[in-house]
Design a binder for this molecule. Sequence first.
Ligand code: NAP
Length: 244
Amino acid sequence: MILVLGGTGEARELAARLADLALPFESSLAGRVLSPKLPIGEVRIGGFGGVEGLVAFLRDREVSAVVDATHPFALNISANAAAACSEAGVPLLRLARPGWGGDANAARWHWVEGHDEAGRLAASLGSRVLLTTGRQHLADFVSPLGDSHVWARVVDPVDIALPSPWTVLQQRGPFDLESERALMSELGIEVLVTKDSGGDLTRAKLDAAAELGVPIVVVRRPDPEPGATVVETVAAALDWVVAS
Ligand code: NAP
């Protein structure tokens, strides 16, 4: 059985391709999102209980290969998958869509190493901020952007106290260029903060900001696990699964 660690569009696409080929697989979701988009086929939801739990799962379910198709910023599960697969002797592939670094305008963006730095830099660039790094990192921005007008875009309700000038935009992508342009213009956005998620579903904000002359702060991706075999496309992941 192939285990697909998911929570991304690529993981759902891979599940659909594996189903087409009638290969045995199961997808796994963290269970963080209230109403997740579910992949085709069998799905389990919830953490494994760290490396130990994942090793037990791999052994109990006789998993023959793992594709880690989690989000490029999902650091813990990727590290756990690397450790667990190594311990259980199960081949592991990292499927991570390309980042936005190849974009024609990327050299003009403000690239930073972490969310803390992104907050400090954004505060120095403007006081009306569109923050699109997701719910989990909101706390990192509270101190540097506490006095700024921040519109924090998230999929699920926020569970921490936010500064009074902040507004939560609870929305799920995809977002198109027209709506992103309208949003940034109407709110008078002066800085866009994002992380280098890559993909097309949320990239229109980058084009809208470029058009409007809004500076963009981008949190760089973490490196993949040392020694990981990494592919960028579902097609390449499928080839690996078939060959493994
Ligand atoms: P994370 O910090 O790497 O993982 C935290 C814990 O959640 C893991 O230790 C694991 O718990 C559990 N977990 C994460 N992904 C799992 C999966 N696919 N199946 C089973 N358990 C999983 O992850 P995260 O950044 O919170 O992301 C959670 C999920 O949301 C991921 O599946 C990711 O693909 C998706 N997602 C993340 C982002 C993002 O920006 N981080 C964006 C879009 C989607 P145990 O240790 O108990 O096994």
